[in-house]
Design a binder for this molecule. Structure first.
Ligand code: HEC
Ligand code: HEC
Length: 389
């Protein structure tokens, strides 16, 4: 009997304990949920405010090229309020079929390249590859036939994701913000007016918080799965892909490798350049390629110094051979170079060629290299010039 009562009491206590535990958890849970709700409401408000600010900055700075509604302006700037910019595929089934065919093609091509594959099997594979290619061409043609007007405006349904087309692997936010900060200097090669750098850190007019607001505004255009073909038809100008995409790819690669930070332009202040250059090690091989136009500067400019500086004869400019020797044994004797090192002379010759005209030549060397070269570019060029004897 006594034992029964004891057990009953213990059971009671357990029950009371359990009930209060559950009540406490319910209360805590409710508080937590509510706290989350308040946080969320706050974040939504913050975000809305940021988008609103961004919309105003966009209207003030961007519409002259990207259009009032971000749908682009023909010949001026590409649409950002654009399914392609957000990577929407309107023909996912065709994409899937083409991708399956391509996978098969890769597999049988590997088999074909295998030394053990018999000639009979190779012939079979070749026939299948021809078939696959024609099936892909048909699928592509079917897709294009559905949207002829868009094709005429430069849209390619096979390349429905702008960021993938560019090889950008980061987020869309980081793509927009990075483009805003640094601009797209290489786009001068394929647009009448290039996309400029907007951040104050890169010499532009806008603060970082303004750039973040504009980014929020642009990203806010994303409709996810809700994009319609009408949105695509509303685009006034699609993004361009330069015929030679190498400089753009190079710039995107540099941006990615450097965590979104484009290198600085050297400008024209020789003292400042000498000081900053100390951190860079020149690569004479790349310098050689830059000098001879085989590679572009990090901003995508073809320098082609050798167009005027021929290797072993004087032409429009002094010959390339002996540039370093002439600098240290002849030029530095001029009174205006008192206190200069040969390096300083070479730097000045490149970024501010008019400061001194080599006797017998005219002032025709471009004065814009300070704008086209990064420190690495200049270090590489100098390293190359040092090999010229
Ligand atoms: C003088 C014209 C001009 C102005 C003004 C301008 N842009 Fe651009 N913008 C361009 C061009 C041209 C491109 C294409 C660059 C390319 O294809 O590499 C571009 C590209 C971009 C891109 C990348 C798009 C892509 O698909 O690669 C973004 C994002 C962008 N601009 C945002 C802005 C914002 C935001 C502003 C205002 C702060 C702005 N632009 C002002 C001309 C302009
Ligand atoms: C359009 C023709 C032209 C191009 C392109 C050109 N230069 Fe020159 N450069 C000249 C001329 C002309 C001179 C001599 C007149 C002067 O001093 O400005 C010169 C002078 C120089 C000198 C001084 C040579 C000496 O003997 O003292 C250097 C160094 C030099 N250039 C480097 C370069 C580099 C590097 C590039 C490419 C980034 C380049 N130049 C592109 C025409 C050119």
């Amino acid at each position: 009997m006594f034992e029964r009562m004891l057990i009953g009491r213990i059971e009671n206590r357990v029950t009371v304990g359990l009930v209060s535990f559950v009540l406490i958890m319910v209360f805590l849970g409710w508080a937590a949920i509510n706290e989350g709700g308040r946080m969320q409401a706050f974040q939504v408000m913050e975000e809305a405010r940021s988008i609103e600010q961004g919309a105003m900055s966009f209207a003030a700075n961007c519409t002259s090229c990207h259009g009032l509604d971000g749908r682009g302006l023909a010949g001026k700037g590409p649409a950002l309020n654009n399914p392609q910019f957000f990577g929407h595929d309107f023909f996912p089934e065709i994409t899937r079929q083409i991708s399956t065919l391509n996978t098969e093609k890769t597999l049988i091509t590997t088999e074909r390249n295998d030394a053990a594959t018999t000639d009979a099997r190779k012939a079979e594979i070749d026939a299948r590859i021809t078939e696959i290619d024609s099936e892909i061409a048909t699928l592509n043609a079917d897709r294009e036939a559905q949207i002829p007007d868009l094709i005429a405006k430069g849209y390619d349904p096979a390349r429905f994701n702008r960021l993938t087309n560019l090889g950008w692997v980061g987020t869309r936010d980081s793509f927009v913000l990075t483009t805003l900060i640094h601009g797209r200097p290489v786009s001068v090669n394929y647009w009448p007016q290039p996309m400029a750098a907007w951040s104050q850190t890169a010499g532009g007019p806008l603060r970082m918080d303004q750039l973040e607001d504009i980014t929020a505004y642009i990203i806010n255009w994303d409709k996810g799965d809700e994009w319609t073909l009408d949105d695509l038809y509303a685009v006034q100008q699609f993004a361009l892909e330069p015929v030679d995409g190498a400089p753009l790819e190079e710039q995107i690669r540099i941006l990615q490798e450097s965590g979104g930070v484009l290198p600085e332009k050297v400008g024209t202040n020789v003292q400042e350049i000498v000081a900053n250059l100390a951190e860079f090690t020149g690569d004479p091989v790349r310098g050689d390629a830059l000098y001879h136009g085989g590679q572009t500067s990090q901003f995508g400019n073809t320098l082609a110094c050798s167009g005027c500086h021929i290797q072993a004869t004087n032409g429009t400019g002094p010959m390339t051979d002996g540039t370093l020797t002439r600098a240290s044994t002849e030029r530095l004797n001029e009174s205006q170079f008192a206190g200069y090192t040969a390096e300083q002379y070479l730097i000045e010759s490149i970024v501010n060629p008019a400061a001194y005209i080599v006797p017998g030549y005219s002032n025709v060397m471009l004065a814009t290299f300070g704008d086209q070269l990064s420190y690495q570019d200049l270090a590489d060029l100098l390293a190359y010039l040092e090999t010229t004897g």
